[in-house]
Design a protein. Structure first.
Length: 323
């Protein structure tokens, strides 16, 4: 991009999904988004509130895109903002973030929320110059599955024996009736998600919106692992096969059943299943304060990789944060 050139913004068109996915891949090649992932993200955002997705142009040519979303029930009138501008220099980064801050302000947001990969020094510096403040970090872990089959199966078998001795049964959602068990599974996730440390108060996702995320082929009942005590669901874990790379979609155990090895057993079931399905590597991410899960990741052989920095910026009344 040309130093000193000005960026202009226009709405992203319905035929520009491929362009948007290409920009994401260029900015974060380790975690690209497919066109299907983008469409799913946009559908969820539209169900939950307002969204403005803009193409940034330089001299009339698309240079990248930015987005501001604000859920109807967003605490603190917070807006999540995204910036994907490949090969941007300091001036272009500053312009892009000024545009997205103003866009969030136009939605009525009072607080901007951003996540930036911790090894993206240029963007982090641009945000610090614009008075964004780091709030938390999300730690990321990766496990290469090649050659891990025997080790993980042995760990899974030991974990099965432990929970079985405690009266806990492990099954797939498919074995429990498929999507018929989803309402109970949704309630379990809604309760356990409230215990996850986060940068802002949690908003419950309506059941109909939650179902959007549970669609095959990314997630299917035969790949959702649950723990039961009697007929009660007490834990769940499953991978998102639609993500690149395949990654943990959710793991949660009811508070009164933690410490019994349930999360370990569930995670091992899905990891062994991933090997059997030909997955080469899996990733997982957790808040920096979630010590039990971070410790479990290490025990299972995951290696830490660069994670995400979560940042906030007050946006003020109706005028965004542009400067």
């Amino acid at each position: 991009m040309t130093t000193g050139s000005r960026l202009t913004a226009r709405p992203l068109g319905p035929d520009e999904t491929a362009f948007a996915a290409h920009a994401v891949r260029a900015v974060q090649p380790r975690h690209p988004w497919s066109e299907e992932e983008l469409r799913l993200h946009w559908e969820m955002s539209d169900r939950m509130g307002q969204r403005r997705t803009l193409v940034l142009e330089e001299a009339g040519r698309p240079a990248g895109w930015v987005e501001a979303t604000m859920w109807d029930e967003a605490p603190e009138k917070a807006s999540r903002v995204l910036v994907h501008v490949p090969a941007a220099g300091p001036d272009q980064l500053d312009q892009a973030w000024a545009i997205v801050e103003e866009t969030a302000g136009d939605l009525g947001a009072r607080l901007g929320r951003a996540t930036v990969w911790e090894d993206d020094a240029a963007t982090l510096e641009a945000l610090r110059r614009r008075d964004w403040e780091e709030k938390r970090r999300e730690r990321y872990w990766r496990l290469e599955l090649a050659g891990q089959g025997d080790r993980l199966r042995a760990l899974r078998d030991a974990a099965r024996r432990r929970v079985d001795a405690a009266g806990v049964r492990i099954a797939t959602a498919d074995e429990l009736g498929g999507e018929a068990v989803y309402p109970a599974l949704y309630q379990l996730e809604d309760v356990t998600a409230g215990d996850i440390p986060r940068d802002i108060a949690r908003v419950s996702i309506p059941y109909e919106a939650w179902l959007v995320w549970m669609r095959p082929p990314a997630i299917a009942p035969e790949r959702v692992w649950v723990a039961l005590v009697g007929d009660r669901l007490v834990g769940v874990s499953y991978l998102d096969y639609g993500a690149t790379p395949v990654s943990t979609a959710y793991t949660g155990v009811l508070r009164e059943h933690r410490g019994a090895g349930i999360a370990r057993a569930l995670k091992l079931e899905k990891m062994v299943q991933a090997i059997e399905l030909g997955v080469e590597a899996v990733e997982t991410d957790n808040d920096e304060a979630n010590a039990p899960i971070l410790h479990l990741n290490e025990e299972l052989g995951y290696g830490e990789i660069p994670g995400l920095v979560k940042l906030h910026k007050p946006l003020g009344a109706g005028g965004g944060g542009a400067s």
